[in-house]
Design a protein around this ligand. Sequence first.
Ligand code: SF4
Length: 391
Amino acid sequence: MRAFSLDPSAVAETRERAARQAESGGSAALLELLRRGETPDDEGLASLFLAPLDAPTDALLAIARGRLGHTGDPLVETFSPLYLTNECDAECKMCGMQRLNAELERETADDGTVVAQLDLLHARGLRGIAVLTGEYRRGARRREMIARSTRAMHAALERGFRHVLINIGALDEPEYEDLLGALPRAEDGRVSPRVTMCTFQETYAPDVYAKFMGTSPDNPRADFDRRLKNFDRAADAGMTSVNPGVLLGLNRDVAYELVALLAHVRHLQARGLRVYVSLPRLRKASGAEHHRGVDDDTLYRVVALIAIAAPEAKVVISTREPPHVQQRLLPVIGVLTPGSPGVTPYTDSGARFELSKSQFEVLDERPIEAILGEILAAGATIQDYEPRPAA
Ligand code: SF4
């Protein structure tokens, strides 16, 4: 199958037709279509997004919940982030880890510390973990960070983590061999353990991408198209699970992002991949000026429409979001991920959350157990979490 390609002009035209449809009142009929169990095309979905009066948010969330088949209580997966470092060679303007941010206190954990953190999180009940680094120029540091991440992935799997997410930037073909070479494979050659590749495009608009991620060939994050095709390289290398995402707030035109993200999700699903969809909102970061995300209602509408359009894809919401947003979205998301964006920040009962050492601000700093315990108390089933028995 050909790698994903995006025609930004075609996405923009779809978005404009959707806006005209929304303005002409066509979205009310589309809402009735949804209620009958049908799904409009992407233009119709964008039109629904753009028509909050004709397609109220509560109605979209209720329909999304029905599409997910949650007849009873919600079922969500969980994992926690584990940053191995806050060093990065990229220059993304919205991120505290970008290399030009002199305010950030830089840290890189050694392997012993990473393993101790895995043991600690396992003891706290987590069975899903995301391994994170920055992104690096070609050379020794890039090879070393990929090697560290590979060792962390193996250490997690050996300790009984059932899902490992890899969020270390876009990789080239030989780097996938380094990452995946020692993992067991199924008969069809695909990687057996649940290992998910995470690379958020952040925005599918090339001009907005260039504004925030830069354009210098020396910047490892600046190549829009190379990042866009990362999941195709991951699938070619045998991965079965991927996690695209949009950073809501970078591009003020959220309807454009919705249309493009849906196209990407469909391409990935057509390749037979399990798809997670992350929709973080832009937050405050050390040394960064841009921290205005979208409002709650916009987030709810995007999440609901993704769940309606692609119910097999699991929407991921993190504790960047405050508790009231987590609770509102719980019935329509597939993953809630609690934890800290600090480097190896976990303690026996909590975590460090210093903005001066982290990628971005997290709004919910409660312990993992409190966040997941609240969800369990609400009747949810949580996959990849085995709470330790009360003392
Ligand atoms: S968003 Fe990722 S690649 Fe960009 S500066 Fe931050 S850590 Fe580096």
